[in-house]
Ligand binder design. Structure first.
Ligand code: CP3
Length: 342
């Protein structure tokens, strides 16, 4: 019998109370996270230290009793495993060696060369499967090809993904070859996480919203469909969550078109609209505004309850519309959970 609430919701069951977890639930808003990160030295050393990465994954489970744990790692480990330099500038974010021409692409490894670098991540998954409470679901993840490509092409995060759009326009062959390489590497990476014990995987396409029209079909939808089809054929029945952030009206039909079991919604879509247009096709996840965990108050409770009510007639996993921010108050997370679980 399937008892884990997250797996039941992903299988299409409408539960009396939605299961709950949070994007970036292991992170800098938690003092215990900051302590473990200091022990590891820096963020990347933490990602590649299986004992400490498992520890920070477990911290929010201990503190809050969430229904799911998300593997502690980062979407940018895949470019690093393909041979890009990766580092984090304190207070600024990620930096990578850039991909801008066929020569840069040719210097990257093949998709099957990634596992040496990523081995410690699979070990983190194995530790977590041993240590997690039996009712908690373990979620693995990767970045979607477009989102990861935006960082590789620009060498950093960008407000409008300008460099990636420019390469798509100026050198379509290099751009599509990069998307294809990432699609293959993502399949192999997620497959290895599943073999190590991940029970669900989530594909983060954080910049999907900047792809419009046919570009959305070609570079958000098609790669997700390929990744999901291959994972489903290798691991029948393994549930997959897709997060095409800021897809707007393209959220409608996304699950059917890609084969995803659940679509994660950002907080720019109204829950009432998504209940009618997205949840009709299956489970949805979302979509509280993360800034409410900073401001708290009555609005945190009323917005949480509004979202729970809007999605109450179908399968729903309660979550934020994006990651919790470092300035969030850990006490507000308790208030949110209390408002969901009653
Ligand atoms: O708790 C969890 O959600 C699991 C771990 C996780 C991290 N990053 C840890 C992290 C997950 C699922 C991610 C996904 C991720 N990483 C995304 C997609 C989701 C999203 O937020 O849109 C993206 C775009 C990245 C790339 C990335 N990693 C950026 C742009 C940054 C810098 C910005 C920031 O928030 O600092 C990171 C760093 C990062 N990844 C941190 C954490 C906890 C903060 C690093 C630190 O401890 O200093």
């Amino acid at each position: 019998m399937m008892t884990k609430k997250i797996l039941r919701a992903l299988a299409g069951e409408t539960l009396p109370t939605p299961p709950i977890w949070m994007m970036r639930q292991a992170g800098r808003y938690l003092p215990e996270y900051k302590a473990t990160r200091a022990e590891a030295g820096d963020f990347l050393s933490l990602c590649y230290n299986p004992d400490l990465a498992a520890e920070v994954t477990l911290q929010p489970i201990r503190r809050y009793g969430f229904d799911a744990a998300i593997l502690f790692a980062d979407i940018l480990l895949v470019p690093q495993a393909l041979g890009c330099d990766l580092w984090f500038e304190t207070g600024e974010g990620p930096r990578l060696s850039t991909i801008g021409n066929p020569g840069d692409l040719a210097r990257l490894k093949d998709r099957d060369g990634i596992h040496t670098t990523l081995g410690p991540v699979y070990e983190t998954v194995r530790i977590l499967r041993r240590e997690l409470p039996s009712e908690v679901t373990l979620i693995g993840f990767a970045g979607a090809p477009w989102t990861v490509a935006t960082y590789m092409i620009a060498g950093r995060g960008t407000p409008d993904q300008g460099p990636a759009h420019a390469l798509k326009a100026s050198d379509r062959a290099t751009f599509t070859a990069l998307i294809d390489l990432l699609t293959g590497a993502t399949i192999d990476y997620l497959s290895a996480q599943i073999e190590a014990g991940a029970e669900v995987v989530k594909l983060f396409d954080s910049w999907a919203g900047s792809l419009k029209g046919q570009d959305f079909d070609d570079f958000a939808l098609a790669p997700a469909k390929r990744i999901i089809a291959e994972l489903k054929s290798r691991h029948p029945g393994l549930p997959i969550i897709a997060f095409p952030r800021e897809a707007g009206d393209r959220y409608e039909g996304f699950a059917k078109a890609t084969g995803a079991d659940c679509v994660a919604l950002d907080n720019s879509v109204a829950a009432e609209w998504a209940a009618a247009h997205v949840q009709k096709d299956g489970c949805v996840q979302g979509n509280l505004d993360p800034s409410l965990l900073v401001t708290g108050g009555d609005r945190l409770v009323s917005e949480t309850k509004r979202i729970v009510a809007a999605f109450s007639k179908g399968p729903h996993i309660f979550n934020l519309g994006h990651g919790i921010t470092p300035d969030a108050d850990p006490e507000n997370v308790h208030r949110m959970i209390e408002a969901v679980r009653g």
